[in-house]
Design a protein around this ligand. Sequence first.
Ligand code: PMP
Length: 419
Amino acid sequence: MKENQNHENASFKDYENPKDKNIYQKAELFGQYIANWQSRGHWNYRQVCLSGSTAEVILEGEPDKIYVATVYNDYLGLSQHPAVKAAAIAGIEKYGVGVTASPAIGGQMDFHVEIEQKIAGFFKREAAMLFTTGYTANTATMQALFKKEDLAIADAGVHASMIEGVKYTTNVKTFLHNNMEHLERILKGNQGKYRSMVVVIDGVYSQPADLAPLADIVYLCKKYGAFLAMDDAHGVGVIGETGRGVIELHDAYQDVDIITGTFSKTFGHLGGYVVADPELIEYLKYQAAQHIFSVAPTPASRCVLKSIDLIDEEPWRKVKLWENINYLKKGLHDLRLNTEHSASAIVPVIIGRPGLNAEVCKLLLEAGVYANQIGYPAVNLKSARIRMSITAAHTIDHMDRILEAWEWVKVKMNIKNFE
Ligand code: PMP
């Protein structure tokens, strides 16, 4: 960031490594940026929630106001399910609150093995392993498997954790989001140049909220001899007849070498998983640094055994989720708002200009809707957006309240179309 640059036109990225600033100086500079946003009432990050990740929440500072929350990825509402809560409590009662050792040296409990087997079976595969977060599942797996002799070819929209994971290859190429011609050009141009090539994709992309064309990608990977890694953090529970995610749409269970995901969204808890062939999983159990040198998930994570079952046992949750999504999207389109190519439980509204985005977010909050503003570098500057996650715990009344809030914001700002 240049000295005296206006903080209003800056983004988080400008403060990552400002020239000639030591750690305190760069923190001070970033502090000025935050203060500038706060002075306009536009800093809505890290709000303190007093009520849990529910459809209606209470936020610190407004104890008498109830907001409709669209910030939680609790797609099936399982974080609040009585049976899931009971399973977490039973896990703590039996094993204590923590296991205090990494899996290789004492931390592996029987319930960890049970979760691994269950999540592998969920994807019709034989083996899986756990991490404490989805983020580490991605970084650890990619770092352990792919090195500087290898080439990673990532969709431009993949999650930050996948990009972090493939940096070790030092050969990372990105293809335009969901652009199969571009992917093929890169695969073709690099065939035989590296020890191996891995194509890295998400199932559902967290910002555009659209789906990977998995069948086409599998075809290209086979054609050019590339491995395939897919993180479907936002697809599981939401996409596919039985909620197995994007993999189910294409019956591609056996075609993805590395399936990763998280228990922090649909499953309502936290923790990451990797599903792959048994020999890869065995290798990763002793070679993935973040697994060997880090504690195993807590006994509360025993609750995901119940969450996994509930996807099959209570299919009405996915039906309710889609009823909400479809109702909301239709209402937003009637208001002439652009939800881009959203085909998942993430519903963005494209605003376009960063300053405007923050003001919209602030006004939505005023109108009782708690949503997130997403700007650069998570999306490009012109794609600044408000992002809403819809869940089965929402009701049609909640969707109406969200739509009324949007209508009010448009009138208040005297704007016909945001872009
Ligand atoms: N992958 C994707 C696509 C995500 O959106 C996220 C969370 N935002 C993660 C991985 C990380 O998951 P976790 O929260 O379990 O670390």
